[in-house]
Design a protein around this ligand. Sequence first.
Ligand SMILES: NC(=O)c1ccc[n+]([C@@H]2O[C@H](COP(=O)([O-])OP(=O)(O)OC[C@H]3O[C@@H](n4cnc5c(N)ncnc54)[C@H](O)[C@@H]3O)[C@@H](O)[C@H]2O)c1
Ligand SMILES: [Zn+2]
Length: 350
Amino acid sequence: MKTITVHASQTYPIWIENGILSQCGELLREQVKAETAAVITDDTVDQLYGKQVTDSLEQSGFRVVKFVFPHGEASKCSKTLNAIYDFLCENAITRTDCLVALGGGVVGDITGFAAATFLRGLPYLQIPTTLLAQVDSSVGGKTAIDLPGGKNLVGAFKQPVAVLCDPDTLRTLPSETLADGMGEVIKYGMIRDEKLFALLEQYNLETIHEVIGTVIANCIDIKRQVVEHDEFDTGERMILNFGHTLAHAIESYYHYETYTHGSAVAAGMCMMAEKTCAPEIYKRLCDCVTAYQLPTTVLAPMGELVPLCGKDKKRASRDLRYIVCEEIGNAQIRSMPFAEFSAWMGGTTA
Ligand SMILES: NC(=O)c1ccc[n+]([C@@H]2O[C@H](COP(=O)([O-])OP(=O)(O)OC[C@H]3O[C@@H](n4cnc5c(N)ncnc54)[C@H](O)[C@@H]3O)[C@@H](O)[C@H]2O)c1
Ligand SMILES: [Zn+2]
């Protein structure tokens, strides 16, 4: 079993191994004294993996209770959160018990936020079952729910007691959801790791399963390094946003319907690389993105996308900060007044 240890405000292990899901009980037992494990999951993941997780937890002596909500981003809201709080009350969950987030980023984010806030905080285990959740959302301690006014507007930093990553669970993912996670994986190669990028270039969406464990471990280790330097997102953590300035604009322009987050990131990276990279690097990135069935551009005109780049509610100043990778494996944070950025990208000046 591969273990990566994260040294943030709390130190915790990330375990990565095929088939490890059926050992979640004994592994969690080493981390917590909890009597009860409250499993939070969505309906799709529950059908696939709920029983295996419950059986393993019970075998290790946990009393198991389970809360299941409908899959999808729409569930990452205050209504589901309140239902989770009620469920935890009804089952007399105490501060020494433990929540278990079994699922993708939606389950991880809302369970993490419940763990940060219920009884002013209790331990939680992340069991990410999408590629995006394994390489991104389960690591780093950001938790959140959406509001009608925008995504991830209410949240907290709350590190889990451990993260359990079983690459075998990715075999049941629809190929579009796997591709979505590959958008973030390619991003890690671009910002920090030319060797990882070169490995990705040798595979495609069908064959990547052969090396997915190695790929996941590499990505997690990059996120670990970045998070250890900047846990509370005041500086370096921003390099994880490569491709995201345009991606957020693309997702918003198409009302979060046409492009998944990962596919918008893929297009956003390529569109930024076209402006900032040598042609051969731009071509390598586009070829890699295409091999994972992701888009290299979108039809929306730049003039309509660029104004949406300034709409990020978490933007700290009038300047727009964005990430460029002039070489593969090397990201830099840049900053420009918004009007200048707009003219440079080919949008209209604001
Ligand atoms: N906290 C962070 O740092 C962070 C980072 C990136 C993204 N996020 C959040 O993550 C969320 C997106 O995560 P996601 O893409 O995992 O979405 P998701 O949780 O909605 O999962 C996608 C779909 O896959 C299904 N699924 C999950 N595991 C499966 C499996 N093994 N087999 C078959 N189907 C499976 C789910 O039921 C769901 O329908 C967003 O809400 C985003 O804001 C958070
Ligand atoms: Zn992202």
